[in-house]
Design a protein around this ligand. Structure first.
Ligand SMILES: Cc1ncc(COP(=O)(O)O)c(C=O)c1O
Length: 363
């Protein structure tokens, strides 16, 4: 019999989501007294010797953790990843040019919709026929495309690209919002990577953009200054007031990630966490996975209950045991457990135990 552990919260939220406790401790101290200055992080100027080192360290940590070369620039920009759906084509796609997009679900769909405002779009691979329960096995990318866009992890559908199409022949652009820094990739092979910070990296309100500067500057139309990546590069990601606190939380989270051993350690832990939960989903007769096995996400585990009448009951049972955030996205239903970097392995084990216990009680 599992004891109720209401005092411990197991946070499976899809985003904003769990962050390391030490990040919350340090960030809350900084709101009261930043670096023993007697000032809050919220009341200092960004062009000061107090904040400038924060931005510099947040950028340097990304460079180090992703092992970036000198062609790649690191930016922290306002807005969520949704802003990047339009900022990417605005900076890369001329009206008469073609961009290649993969259609892997809700997030890719939103990126496609925005790109169409700027130029021509082809769909080089789609998972629509499988109702987005898989990743397209084959791509057909026009060699004339200015770039190929993929969503490395579809947060709602629970799918993830395992084999990144590095060899697609055109610059690769990726929305990594929900699996950034969770696995080792050849980050230098991407033309552009973007990610809203609020899942694996920090607080909402800021986007990480990693861009190879060689793909910029080929646009004929003027780009509004604040949306032109080149201006942000020139100004060291301080073109205007950055989202100071959100960048600070990213810096703290990245420091934590480095202390823990870096991206390869996160990858190892992700593998363990995902294997543990999918095993339970597969072996427990009351639950079933929704995604084809080879394309299952290690970040967002989507599953359903085979007896629909028990769905609400299971949610209540889980909640009574301190498990939060496992209700599936409102468009998908079922359950979704997000296993981001800061989620302890013990929380995943606990969820699996709770699933077993619930099944025993309802046999
Ligand atoms: C893969 C992916 N892309 C884009 C977004 C949109 O991010 P935002 O809400 O920060 O605009 C999300 C949000 O969850 C996401 O999961």
């Amino acid at each position: 019999m599992i004891e109720s552990v209401k005092s411990v919260i197991h946070n499976f939220n899809a985003g904003p989501s769990v962050l390391p406790k030490e990040v919350f401790d340090e960030a809350s101290r900084a709101v009261i007294d930043f670096n023993e200055t007697g000032l809050s992080i919220l009341e200092i100027g960004h062009r000061t010797n107090l904040f400038e080192p924060v931005m510099a360290e947040a950028r340097a940590l990304i460079r180090e953790l992703m092992q970036l070369d000198d062609d790649h620039e690191v930016l922290y920009l306002h807005g969520g990843a949704t802003t990047q759906f339009m900022q990417v084509p605005m900076n890369l796609l001329n009206e008469n040019d073609l961009a290649s997009y993969t259609d892997t679900g809700a997030w890719a769909g939103k990126a496609i919709k925005e790109a169409k405002l700027f130029g021509h779009v082809e769909i080089s691979g789609s998972a629509k026929e499988t109702n987005y329960t898989s990743i397209p096995a084959n791509l057909s990318v026009s060699p004339t495309a200015v770039y190929l866009h993929i969503t490395t992890n579809e947060t709602i559908a629970g799918t993830q690209w395992k084999k990144i199409p590095y060899d697609c022949g055109v610059p690769l652009v990726a929305d990594m919002s929900s699996d950034i820094l969770s696995r080792v990739l050849d980050f230098n092979k991407f033309g552009l990577i973007y990610a809203g910070a609020q899942k694996n990296m920090g607080a909402a309100g800021v986007n990480l953009v990693v861009v190879n500067k060689n793909i910029l500057g080929k646009i004929t139309k003027p780009i509004p200054s604040i949306l032109d990546y080149r201006n942000h590069i020139k100004e060291g990601s301080m073109m205007n007031t950055p989202p100071v606190f959100a960048v600070y939380v990213c810096m703290l989270t990245l420091r934590w990630l480095k202390r823990e051993g870096g991206v390869s350690v996160m990858e190892e832990l992700s593998k363990q966490k995902a294997a543990m939960l999918y095993k339970e989903v597969d072996e427990n007769p009351l639950f079933a996975g929704t995604v084809m096995k080879e394309d299952r996400s290690k970040m967002n585990v989507c599953f359903v209950i085979t007896n629909k009448d028990l769905e609400e009951k299971f949610l209540s049972f889980a909640k009574a045991h301190g498990i939060v955030g496992i209700k599936g996205h409102r468009s998908a239903g079922g359950f979704r457990a997000s296993l981001y970097n800061a989620l302890p392995v013990s929380s995943v084990k606990f969820l699996a135990d709770i699933m077993k216990e619930f099944t025993l009680q309802h046999n």
